[in-house]
Design a protein around this ligand. Structure first.
Ligand code: S3P
Length: 451
């Protein structure tokens, strides 16, 4: 299993970086344009493994996706009724978003489907999508596992034949963009009105992109309504531009804050308010990150993020909780590394959802911090830690537990350690950020591939 070895960076980081396209928007660009009426050109799709899974899944369902000489792709949309039964089980790899969103589409098809995942995805809960989809009339089953009330992949979805799903009103027990999206995707095929009520403002890329393609969708506060009555069932083939992934940008920004920086810029980062909680959290921790060249694009607001000399001079402990957590959900492990460099105690609360990500991220983040010499107290829905006040982390070995965001957080911590840090099981950085090592090394880091 491949590892990464990080040597502490003796000199401050300097330079500018491009990051992969946003993973969440990338999945949606592939799924929605496959259902469009015509060809959709997608610019800026990430080369990461997760988006590749969605691409292959749609190809398995009969959608032709072409690489253009410009580096863009062209998805030859087949319309809402044009998907074909996959010959084999659809492999979703590590990608929960592929499995959960695609379930919404497959639940509405006339044919049967099976979706499988890797060892991490195979222990992630699927009742959260199965329950609302069943209420709409879908037939879904999974495997039993650790929690007896849950179902786990492989997911088997029974074909509807010539029946249709029915719209429902669904109040989500937990804010989740994946669950919301699965219901809305099923709602595209359903009779009548599908209404999702969110308890918190999760990422809204599904709503924006469906509206961009002409779906009959309205959003009023936390209530999203898709009403297919009187709709011609056609999603318009409009081009899609995918901005840089803020969840990947967070690692570069954090590297600059923890390792020392002269000036580091990250270009074209998606600045959707529902995705930028990590910038607010860094502000709470006393880190200074500037936004430059902010502009509106068809993919929403984007900006360049700049971290300059002195940006980490006043890092102090903070409480990270509430809606900020939802807006920084995937960034909490790397925020914990920044907090661990600060003076004083930091407390991460309201983060119970982290227990069911690519790993149990509360447990794996706490284990990583302990290995690095940080005192941590783990709770069911979060953790608190005692910052080292600028003192280096302890040289150590960190197991990613198959989780790309733990692997990358461990590497960033290694930039500020008192000796080499080895991160094991690290090939998974390619899930979301295949050029992670090259990007950091170009800024002055020293990261090598190990056994
Ligand atoms: C995602 C939603 C979030 C996030 C995941 C991507 C999406 O998951 O953690 O990485 O693209 O919809 P939940 O919906 O489970 O909160």
């Amino acid at each position: 299993m491949s590892s990464l070895i990080v040597k502490p960076s003796g000199t401050p980081l300097i330079g500018s970086a491009r990051i992969p396209g946003d993973k969440s928007i990338g999945h949606r660009s592939l799924l929605f344009s496959a259902l469009a009426d015509g060809d959709v050109v997608v610019k800026g799709l990430s080369p990461g493994k997760d988006n590749e899974r969605t691409r292959h899944a749609m190809a398995a369902l009969g959608v032709e996706i072409e690489d253009l000489p410009t580096g863009q792709i062209c998805v030859h949309g087949v319309g809402l009724r044009g998907l074909k039964r996959a010959a084999d089980a659809i492999e979703c790899g590590n990608s929960g978003t592929t499995m959960r969103l695609l379930a919404g589409i497959l639940a509405a098809q006339p044919f049967d489907s099976v979706m499988v995942g890797d060892s991490s995805l195979s222990v992630r809960p699927m009742r959260r999508i199965a329950a609302p989809l069943r209420l709409m009339g879908a037939s879904l089953s999974g495997e039993s596992g650790k929690d007896e009330d849950e179902i786990y992949p492989p997911l088997r979805i029974g074909g509807l034949g010539d029946k249709r799903l029915q719209g429902i009103r669904y109040e989500q027990p937990v804010a989740s963009a994946q669950v919301k999206s699965a219901i809305l995707l099923a709602g595209l095929f359903a009779e009548g009105e599908t209404v999702v009520v969110e308890p918190g403002a999760s990422r809204d890329h599904t709503e924006s992109m469906l509206a961009h393609m002409g779906a009959p969708l309205t959003v009023l506060g936390n209530v999203i309504t898709l009403d297919t009555r009187g709709w011609d069932g056609r999603l318009q083939a409009a081009p899609i531009s995918v901005p840089g992934d803020p969840s990947s940008a967070a690692f570069i920004v954090a590297a600059a804050l923890v390792a020392g920086v002269e000036r580091v810029g990250v270009y074209d980062v998606c600045m959707s308010r529902r995705r930028t909680g990590f910038l607010d959290a860094l502000g709470e921790l006393g880190g200074r990150v500037e936004q430059e060249c902010r502009s509106e694009t068809s993919g929403g607001p984007v900006a360049d993020l700049v971290v300059s000399y002195g940006a980490a001079d006043h890092l102090q402990g903070a409480v990270i909780e509430g809606e900020m957590v939802l807006r920084a959900l995937d960034e909490l492990p790397i925020l914990a590394i920044v907090a661990a460099r600060a003076h004083g105690v930091s407390d991460f609360r309201d983060a119970g959802e982290l227990r069911i990500k690519e790993s149990d991220r509360i447990a794996t983040t706490c284990e990583m911090l302990r290995n690095l010499g940080v005192e941590v107290e783990e709770r069911e829905d979060g953790f608190s830690l005692e910052g080292l006040g600028g003192a280096p982390f302890k040289a150590c070995e960190i197991d990613s537990h198959g989780d790309h965001r733990i692997a990358m957080s461990g590497v960033i911590a290694g930039l500020a350690a008192d000796g080499p840090v080895r991160v094991t099981d690290a090939a998974n950085v390619a899930t979301s950020f295949p050029s992670f090592v090259e990007t950091l090394n170009a800024l002055g880091a020293q990261i090598e591939n190990g056994e």
